[in-house]
Ligand binder design. Structure first.
Ligand SMILES: Cc1ncc(COP(=O)(O)O)c(C=O)c1O
Length: 387
């Protein structure tokens, strides 16, 4: 049975444990601060106006047009709302619908690891055979030869996530060009998860793979309202695909979910109208929170790999001397009262994540301050605990 080949989400399990133990939840990546007022008002208004029935299965026209014109304006890549945009129940469904549509059982799919944990089950459900390529700390770079060796005439797709969860890596244009060359050479579709596109720091620039020369015709760009507008519970995301792939993605999407919530799609169209300084404030707020969390964790004895994008922080926990990441995460949530995600859940071979732990910082200042209070004293365990 397919479902026997993957486990329950470790991230969502950590959230349940955090609730059970009254822990500060720095595991699952959802903001604990309010969504933008005008976006919430637009949702309430849409419900009152009785936008309460099924939207067009591939998405409300206003939202599809907003998605298409925003992408074209920002990245100079023409996108046609009718032919290319499919609105789904979050990036989660957009990714699975795309994989089911594009990949035949037995096809190989190249996946960078550490990876967002959904990609493993997505590969299993679509029958894909994953070929992993490692991003190596501290900079999370990949070896171009290792990447080239992962491609062959069996490769159907490559999954890229930039800015990246869990590492915070922002792929450079040069790195994307290396990937693009291999996609051309082996006639491969790129599926790129760009859900953190507006959360970049340190002068890094988000480059969509579809904007790299020749890639618009073979790239499916996945994104969502979840992170940009702090509405992870709304479940509205989308895939921008070449027209030739849209029909297949739409068919799969229709039979998976029929459609995303209609009133929230209307509100999504309004969200795209927020002024440009909204995005600057979003990134700046997260940059500040990153700096706060790096400070807290370093003072508590963690080695931090400070991210350049997204809102997660990978740490090294070897110095604490626990048997593995799961044992340390359990100790943290039950004894210290702070929840984080064991690094092994981001690798196909759990051993690769054994000394890693991921924290998120999409949290209010007082939430981070409470985490700091609870973590105080942990630094003393660094030397005292032995393996
Ligand atoms: C890389 C990545 N993709 C997708 C998702 C899920 O997105 P959505 O809420 O739009 O389904 C997440 C959530 O944490 C994520 O980190």
């Amino acid at each position: 049975m397919k479902a026997a080949r993957f486990t329950e989400s470790v991230i969502r399990e950590m959230t349940r444990l955090a609730d059970q133990h009254g822990a500060v939840n720095l595991s699952q990546g959802f903001p604990d601060f309010p969504a933008p007022g005008p976006v919430k008002d637009a949702a309430c208004d849409a419900i009152r106006r009785d936008v309460n029935q099924y939207a067009v299965t591939w998405g409300a026209r206003r939202l599809r047009e907003a998605v298409a014109s925003d992408f074209s304006r920002r990245h100079g890549v023409p996108v046609e709302a009718d032919a290319q945009v499919t609105v789904c129940c979050g990036a989660t469904e957009a990714m699975l619908a795309t994989m089911l549509a594009v990949v035949d059982p037995g096809d190989e799919v190249v996946v960078f690891e550490p990876f967002y944990e959904n990609y493993g089950p997505d590969a299993i459900l679509s029958g894909a055979v994953p070929r992993y390529v490692t991003l190596r700390e501290p900079d999370w770079t990949f070896d171009p030869d290792e990447l080239a060796a992962a491609f062959s005439d069996r490769t159907r797709a490559v999954i890229i996530n930039t800015p990246n969860n869990p590492t915070g890596k922002v792929f450079t244009r040069a790195e994307l060009e290396v990937i693009a060359r291999l996609c051309h050479q082996w006639d491969v579709v790129a599926i790129t998860d760009e859900i953190y596109e507006h959360i970049v720091y340190d002068g890094r620039v988000h480059v969509p793979l579809a904007a790299v020369d020749g890639m618009a015709d073979r790239t499916v760009t996945i994104n969502s309202l979840s992170k940009t507008f702090s509405v992870t519970g709304w479940r509205v995301g989308w895939a921008i695909s070449p027209p030739a792939l849209a029909g297949a993605i739409r068919k799969v999407h229709d039979f998976l979910t029929v459609g995303a919530p209609a009133p929230l799609q209307e509100a999504g169209a309004v969200a795209f109208g927020l002024p440009e300084d909204y995005y600057a404030a979003l990134a700046d707020g997260y940059r500040r929170r990153r700096d706060v969390l790096v400070g807290i964790l370093e003072r508590s004895g963690f080695r931090c790999y400070a991210p350049h994008g997204a809102y997660y922080l990978m740490t090294d926990i070897a110095a604490f001397g626990f048997p593995d990441d799961a044992a340390f995460a359990r100790f943290l949530v039950t004894e210290v009262g702070v929840a984080a995600v064991p690094g092994s859940s981001f690798y196909h071979d759990p051993a690769a994540g054994r000394t890693k732990l991921r924290f998120c910082f999409c949290k209010r200042d007082d939430t981070l301050a409470e985490a700091e209070r609870r973590l105080a004293g942990l630094a003393g365990r660094r030397q005292s605990t032995t393996r």
